[in-house]
Write a protein that binds this ligand. Structure first.
Ligand code: ARG
Ligand code: MN
Length: 274
Protein backbone atom coordinates (compact mmCIF):
# COMPACT_ATOMS: atom_id res chain seq x y z
CA UNK A 1 0.00 0.00 0.00
CA UNK A 2 2.90 2.39 0.80
CA UNK A 3 3.88 2.18 -2.87
CA UNK A 4 0.55 3.77 -3.72
CA UNK A 5 1.43 6.94 -1.80
CA UNK A 6 2.17 9.84 -4.16
CA UNK A 7 5.36 11.77 -3.46
CA UNK A 8 3.75 15.18 -3.92
CA UNK A 9 1.34 17.23 -1.80
CA UNK A 10 -1.81 15.15 -1.91
CA UNK A 11 -4.42 17.50 -0.48
CA UNK A 12 -7.85 18.63 -1.56
CA UNK A 13 -8.63 21.77 0.40
CA UNK A 14 -8.23 20.79 4.03
CA UNK A 15 -8.45 17.05 3.26
CA UNK A 16 -5.17 15.12 3.46
CA UNK A 17 -3.93 12.18 1.39
CA UNK A 18 -6.92 12.17 -0.95
CA UNK A 19 -5.35 10.50 -3.96
CA UNK A 20 -3.59 7.93 -1.80
CA UNK A 21 -6.74 7.12 0.15
CA UNK A 22 -8.84 6.98 -3.00
CA UNK A 23 -6.44 4.52 -4.64
CA UNK A 24 -6.23 2.27 -1.59
CA UNK A 25 -9.96 2.33 -0.86
CA UNK A 26 -10.78 1.64 -4.51
CA UNK A 27 -8.64 -1.47 -4.35
CA UNK A 28 -10.30 -2.53 -1.10
CA UNK A 29 -13.71 -1.85 -2.66
CA UNK A 30 -12.95 -4.28 -5.46
CA UNK A 31 -11.84 -7.12 -3.20
CA UNK A 32 -14.73 -6.72 -0.75
CA UNK A 33 -17.19 -6.61 -3.63
CA UNK A 34 -15.68 -9.76 -5.11
CA UNK A 35 -15.87 -11.64 -1.79
CA UNK A 36 -19.51 -10.61 -1.38
CA UNK A 37 -20.35 -11.65 -4.93
CA UNK A 38 -18.94 -15.06 -4.11
CA UNK A 39 -21.13 -15.22 -1.01
CA UNK A 40 -18.12 -15.13 1.32
CA UNK A 41 -17.73 -13.07 4.49
CA UNK A 42 -15.50 -10.12 3.59
CA UNK A 43 -13.13 -9.60 6.51
CA UNK A 44 -10.94 -6.49 6.31
CA UNK A 45 -8.31 -5.78 8.91
CA UNK A 46 -7.35 -2.08 8.86
CA UNK A 47 -5.89 0.34 8.42
CA UNK A 48 -7.46 3.54 9.56
CA UNK A 49 -11.20 3.84 9.34
CA UNK A 50 -11.09 5.53 5.93
CA UNK A 51 -10.86 1.95 4.62
CA UNK A 52 -14.61 1.75 5.23
CA UNK A 53 -15.11 3.97 2.18
CA UNK A 54 -13.93 0.92 0.25
CA UNK A 55 -15.40 -1.87 2.37
CA UNK A 56 -18.95 -0.52 2.77
CA UNK A 57 -19.19 0.63 -0.85
CA UNK A 58 -18.01 -2.87 -1.80
CA UNK A 59 -20.67 -4.76 0.15
CA UNK A 60 -23.27 -2.13 -0.80
CA UNK A 61 -22.60 -2.75 -4.49
CA UNK A 62 -23.69 -6.34 -3.96
CA UNK A 63 -26.40 -6.16 -1.29
CA UNK A 64 -27.83 -2.76 -2.30
CA UNK A 65 -30.46 -1.00 -0.20
CA UNK A 66 -31.11 -4.00 2.04
CA UNK A 67 -27.60 -3.81 3.51
CA UNK A 68 -27.49 -2.67 7.13
CA UNK A 69 -24.34 -1.26 8.71
CA UNK A 70 -23.47 -1.50 12.40
CA UNK A 71 -20.75 1.05 13.10
CA UNK A 72 -19.05 0.47 16.45
CA UNK A 73 -16.90 3.49 17.25
CA UNK A 74 -16.10 6.23 19.75
CA UNK A 75 -16.48 8.65 16.82
CA UNK A 76 -19.13 9.33 14.20
CA UNK A 77 -16.66 9.45 11.29
CA UNK A 78 -19.31 11.44 9.42
CA UNK A 79 -17.49 14.73 8.86
CA UNK A 80 -17.85 16.29 5.44
CA UNK A 81 -15.05 18.19 3.67
CA UNK A 82 -16.79 21.31 4.99
CA UNK A 83 -17.20 20.21 8.58
CA UNK A 84 -13.90 18.44 9.27
CA UNK A 85 -11.44 20.39 11.36
CA UNK A 86 -8.63 17.81 11.16
CA UNK A 87 -8.75 17.09 7.42
CA UNK A 88 -8.23 13.41 8.27
CA UNK A 89 -10.23 11.14 6.01
CA UNK A 90 -10.72 8.55 8.76
CA UNK A 91 -13.12 11.10 10.26
CA UNK A 92 -15.19 11.22 7.02
CA UNK A 93 -16.02 7.75 5.64
CA UNK A 94 -19.74 7.78 6.41
CA UNK A 95 -20.16 11.17 4.72
CA UNK A 96 -18.27 9.97 1.65
CA UNK A 97 -20.37 6.81 1.42
CA UNK A 98 -23.62 8.75 1.53
CA UNK A 99 -22.51 11.77 -0.50
CA UNK A 100 -23.31 14.20 2.32
CA UNK A 101 -22.79 17.91 1.55
CA UNK A 102 -19.60 18.53 -0.35
CA UNK A 103 -18.22 15.04 0.04
CA UNK A 104 -18.04 14.36 -3.68
CA UNK A 105 -14.30 14.74 -3.93
CA UNK A 106 -12.02 13.83 -6.83
CA UNK A 107 -10.52 11.35 -7.48
CA UNK A 108 -13.07 9.38 -5.40
CA UNK A 109 -15.70 10.63 -7.87
CA UNK A 110 -14.06 8.43 -10.54
CA UNK A 111 -15.18 5.23 -8.87
CA UNK A 112 -17.25 5.83 -5.72
CA UNK A 113 -21.01 5.80 -6.04
CA UNK A 114 -22.15 7.61 -2.88
CA UNK A 115 -25.54 5.94 -2.61
CA UNK A 116 -25.50 4.76 0.98
CA UNK A 117 -28.76 5.69 2.72
CA UNK A 118 -28.14 6.99 6.24
CA UNK A 119 -31.25 5.24 7.53
CA UNK A 120 -29.29 1.98 7.04
CA UNK A 121 -26.60 2.67 9.66
CA UNK A 122 -26.69 2.19 13.42
CA UNK A 123 -23.92 3.52 15.64
CA UNK A 124 -22.85 1.92 18.90
CA UNK A 125 -20.33 3.27 21.40
CA UNK A 126 -20.25 6.95 20.42
CA UNK A 127 -18.73 9.38 22.90
CA UNK A 128 -16.65 11.87 20.93
CA UNK A 129 -18.65 13.62 18.23
CA UNK A 130 -17.56 16.93 16.75
CA UNK A 131 -20.16 19.73 16.96
CA UNK A 132 -21.07 19.57 13.26
CA UNK A 133 -21.33 15.76 13.47
CA UNK A 134 -23.96 16.07 16.20
CA UNK A 135 -25.96 18.29 13.88
CA UNK A 136 -25.57 15.83 10.99
CA UNK A 137 -26.80 12.97 13.19
CA UNK A 138 -29.78 15.00 14.35
CA UNK A 139 -30.71 16.45 10.94
CA UNK A 140 -30.59 13.03 9.29
CA UNK A 141 -32.32 11.26 12.15
CA UNK A 142 -29.51 8.72 12.35
CA UNK A 143 -29.96 5.79 14.72
CA UNK A 144 -27.26 5.94 17.39
CA UNK A 145 -26.56 4.30 20.74
CA UNK A 146 -23.87 6.26 22.55
CA UNK A 147 -22.01 4.99 25.61
CA UNK A 148 -24.82 6.58 27.60
CA UNK A 149 -27.32 4.10 26.15
CA UNK A 150 -24.86 1.25 26.66
CA UNK A 151 -24.58 2.25 30.32
CA UNK A 152 -28.31 2.56 30.69
CA UNK A 153 -29.54 -0.54 28.85
CA UNK A 154 -26.51 -2.77 28.72
CA UNK A 155 -24.84 -3.97 25.56
CA UNK A 156 -27.31 -6.86 25.23
CA UNK A 157 -30.40 -4.72 24.78
CA UNK A 158 -28.57 -2.11 22.71
CA UNK A 159 -27.38 -4.71 20.24
CA UNK A 160 -30.80 -6.37 20.06
CA UNK A 161 -32.36 -2.99 19.30
CA UNK A 162 -29.72 -2.23 16.65
CA UNK A 163 -30.24 -5.54 14.86
CA UNK A 164 -34.02 -5.31 15.12
CA UNK A 165 -33.97 -1.80 13.68
CA UNK A 166 -31.95 -2.88 10.65
CA UNK A 167 -34.13 -5.94 10.04
CA UNK A 168 -37.40 -4.08 10.50
CA UNK A 169 -36.54 -1.12 8.29
CA UNK A 170 -34.92 -2.99 5.41
CA UNK A 171 -36.84 -2.76 2.16
CA UNK A 172 -38.71 -6.05 1.67
CA UNK A 173 -36.84 -8.75 -0.24
CA UNK A 174 -38.31 -9.85 -3.57
CA UNK A 175 -41.26 -12.13 -2.70
CA UNK A 176 -39.61 -15.06 -4.50
CA UNK A 177 -36.62 -15.01 -2.14
CA UNK A 178 -38.43 -14.06 1.05
CA UNK A 179 -37.84 -17.50 2.62
CA UNK A 180 -34.10 -17.14 2.10
CA UNK A 181 -34.11 -14.01 4.22
CA UNK A 182 -35.86 -15.53 7.22
CA UNK A 183 -34.01 -16.65 10.31
CA UNK A 184 -34.97 -19.60 12.53
CA UNK A 185 -37.52 -17.44 14.32
CA UNK A 186 -39.25 -16.59 11.05
CA UNK A 187 -38.01 -12.99 11.19
CA UNK A 188 -37.11 -11.41 7.87
CA UNK A 189 -33.47 -10.42 8.22
CA UNK A 190 -31.06 -8.36 6.15
CA UNK A 191 -27.36 -8.58 5.34
CA UNK A 192 -25.22 -6.83 7.95
CA UNK A 193 -21.86 -5.13 7.53
CA UNK A 194 -20.04 -4.58 10.84
CA UNK A 195 -17.47 -1.80 10.88
CA UNK A 196 -15.68 -2.03 14.20
CA UNK A 197 -13.18 0.64 15.23
CA UNK A 198 -11.05 -0.56 18.14
CA UNK A 199 -11.23 2.93 19.62
CA UNK A 200 -14.81 2.01 20.57
CA UNK A 201 -13.11 -0.06 23.25
CA UNK A 202 -11.82 1.67 26.32
CA UNK A 203 -8.17 2.77 25.94
CA UNK A 204 -7.29 0.46 28.83
CA UNK A 205 -8.38 -2.40 26.56
CA UNK A 206 -7.05 -1.13 23.21
CA UNK A 207 -4.47 1.60 23.80
CA UNK A 208 -2.51 1.49 20.52
CA UNK A 209 -4.92 3.51 18.40
CA UNK A 210 -4.71 6.99 16.91
CA UNK A 211 -7.62 8.73 18.63
CA UNK A 212 -8.32 7.02 21.97
CA UNK A 213 -11.22 8.30 24.07
CA UNK A 214 -11.76 7.25 27.66
CA UNK A 215 -15.03 5.73 28.81
CA UNK A 216 -15.31 3.05 26.15
CA UNK A 217 -16.58 -0.49 25.79
CA UNK A 218 -15.09 -3.20 27.98
CA UNK A 219 -13.24 -6.22 26.63
CA UNK A 220 -16.35 -8.34 27.15
CA UNK A 221 -18.76 -5.82 25.62
CA UNK A 222 -16.62 -5.76 22.48
CA UNK A 223 -16.57 -9.54 22.30
CA UNK A 224 -20.29 -9.78 23.05
CA UNK A 225 -20.95 -7.71 19.93
CA UNK A 226 -18.84 -10.10 17.87
CA UNK A 227 -20.40 -13.27 19.31
CA UNK A 228 -23.94 -12.00 18.90
CA UNK A 229 -23.49 -10.77 15.35
CA UNK A 230 -21.89 -14.06 14.42
CA UNK A 231 -24.93 -15.87 15.81
CA UNK A 232 -27.35 -13.82 13.70
CA UNK A 233 -26.02 -15.49 10.56
CA UNK A 234 -26.57 -12.13 8.83
CA UNK A 235 -22.98 -10.90 8.68
CA UNK A 236 -21.66 -10.38 5.17
CA UNK A 237 -18.70 -8.13 5.93
CA UNK A 238 -16.58 -7.16 8.91
CA UNK A 239 -13.94 -4.45 9.29
CA UNK A 240 -11.62 -4.25 12.27
CA UNK A 241 -9.93 -0.87 12.09
CA UNK A 242 -7.52 1.52 13.80
CA UNK A 243 -5.29 -1.11 15.44
CA UNK A 244 -2.04 0.83 15.11
CA UNK A 245 1.07 -1.04 16.25
CA UNK A 246 3.16 2.03 15.41
CA UNK A 247 1.73 3.73 18.50
CA UNK A 248 2.40 3.17 22.18
CA UNK A 249 4.95 1.12 24.08
CA UNK A 250 5.57 -2.59 23.75
CA UNK A 251 2.86 -3.63 26.19
CA UNK A 252 0.28 -1.29 24.63
CA UNK A 253 1.02 -2.63 21.17
CA UNK A 254 0.83 -6.25 22.28
CA UNK A 255 -2.40 -5.66 24.21
CA UNK A 256 -4.08 -4.00 21.24
CA UNK A 257 -2.97 -6.54 18.66
CA UNK A 258 -4.07 -9.36 20.91
CA UNK A 259 -7.53 -7.88 21.48
CA UNK A 260 -7.85 -7.29 17.73
CA UNK A 261 -7.06 -10.96 17.02
CA UNK A 262 -9.42 -12.10 19.70
CA UNK A 263 -12.28 -9.97 18.28
CA UNK A 264 -11.68 -11.55 14.89
CA UNK A 265 -11.84 -15.05 16.37
CA UNK A 266 -15.13 -14.20 18.08
CA UNK A 267 -16.76 -12.75 15.00
CA UNK A 268 -15.72 -15.84 13.06
CA UNK A 269 -17.56 -18.00 15.54
CA UNK A 270 -15.25 -18.92 18.40
CA UNK A 271 -17.67 -19.30 21.30
CA UNK A 272 -16.94 -19.39 25.01
CA UNK A 273 -18.44 -22.82 25.65
CA UNK A 274 -18.11 -24.77 22.44
N1 ARG B 1 -11.62 6.70 12.71
C1 ARG B 1 -11.23 7.58 13.61
N2 ARG B 1 -10.32 7.28 14.50
N3 ARG B 1 -11.81 8.78 13.57
C2 ARG B 1 -11.51 9.84 14.47
C3 ARG B 1 -12.10 11.14 13.98
C4 ARG B 1 -11.76 12.28 14.89
C5 ARG B 1 -12.36 13.61 14.47
N4 ARG B 1 -13.79 13.60 14.59
C6 ARG B 1 -11.95 13.96 13.04
O1 ARG B 1 -12.80 14.06 12.18
O2 ARG B 1 -10.79 14.13 12.76
MN1 MN C 1 -13.66 5.23 13.37
Amino acid sequence: MKRMKPNYADNYGILKNVEYTSKVTHRIHKSVKKACEEGKLALTIGGDHSIAIGTVSGSLAVYKERLGVIWVDAHGDINTPESTSSGNLHGCPVAFLSGLGGSKVPPFTNWLNPTFDLSRIVYIGLRDLDGPEKKILRDNNIKAFSMHEVDRWGIGRVLDAAIEYLYATAPPPPPSSEKQHQNDDGVVTCPIHLSFDVDALDPSVAPATGTPVRGGLSFREGHYIMETLHQTGSLVAVDITEVNPALGNHLERETTISVGCSLVRSVLGEGLLY
